[in-house]
Ligand binder design. Structure first.
Ligand SMILES: [Zn+2]
Length: 238
């Protein structure tokens, strides 16, 4: 059996500018190769990701440029919500903004952070992304665009170093996409430069260890893991 995304439109809803590279860019790249349309939503500006060597005045602008360059490597459309780091909260206003984006992009599959994730911004993004997938198909939630005919499927992304107790349902073989993940990650210079800081885990190591760990569990060199959104009316049959 082979997973094929040919007919799909994938939208990753991530908290920070480099999260997609760590958790789901290989899957996005595979889907792109199959012919799917790909979008990445970045909810926070990344403005607090300051390393000891950073001397720039406007980190948020730098990180926006880095995210744009990485999305270009993948061939994905980038959407930015521009919340300050640490200030992303679930509210009806943010939900409606994302509902409208879903209605315009029309994803068949949304990839969001898991509720078990270590980072508060990731958990907030997860809650908002999940709520918006459901309400995007509800005519009662009025935005500029009409409601979707049905909610998109929702996969919850892995957690860093497989912490938090997330039990994956799906493993996607991304062995052929590791180089592209590296290339995308290399766009995030402001964060790679933090690799020597004692309070920061080097991103390249994190990314490689993550996909090699999931690959080792499934007999391939690299994989990305996801969990279904196990909810009434949301779990799909294939
Ligand atoms: Zn993050």
């Amino acid at each position: 059996m082979r997973l094929c995304f040919e007919q799909d439109r994938l939208l990753a809803v991530m908290a920070h500018p480099d999260d997609a590279e760590l958790l789901c860019a290989g899957t996005l790249a595979r889907a792109k190769r199959d012919g799917a349309a790909i979008g990445i939503v970045v909810m926070c500006r990344g403005d607090k990701g300051v390393g000891s060597s950073f001397t720039g005045a406007d980190l948020a602008r730098v990180r926006q440029e880095e995210a744009s360059a990485a999305a270009e490597v993948l061939g994905a459309k980038l959407f930015s919500f521009n919340a300050d780091d640490g200030e992303l909260f679930d509210s009806y206003g943010v939900r409606k903004q994302l509902i409208e984006l879903y209605r315009q992009f029309r994803p068949t599959l949304v990839i969001a952070h898991a509720a078990e994730d270590y980072h508060p911004d990731h958990r907030a993004a997860s809650t908002i992304a999940e709520a918006a997938t459901w309400f995007a198909a509800s005519r009662g939630h009025v935005t500029e665009s009409p409601a979707l005919p049905s909610p998109p499927k929702l996969w919850l992304a892995d957690t860093i170093n497989a912490t938090g107790g997330l039990e994956p349902d799906i493993y996607v073989d991304v062995s052929d996409q590791v180089e592209l993940k590296k290339k995308m990650l290399s766009c995030h210079r402001s964060q790679l430069d933090r690799g020597g800081d004692a309070d920061f885990s080097p991103l390249s190591e994190l990314m490689l260890r993550q996909c090699q760990l999931r690959g080792a569990q499934t007999g391939v060199s690299a994989a990305e893991a996801f969990r279904w959104h196990h909810a009434f009316k949301r779990i799909g049959a294939f």
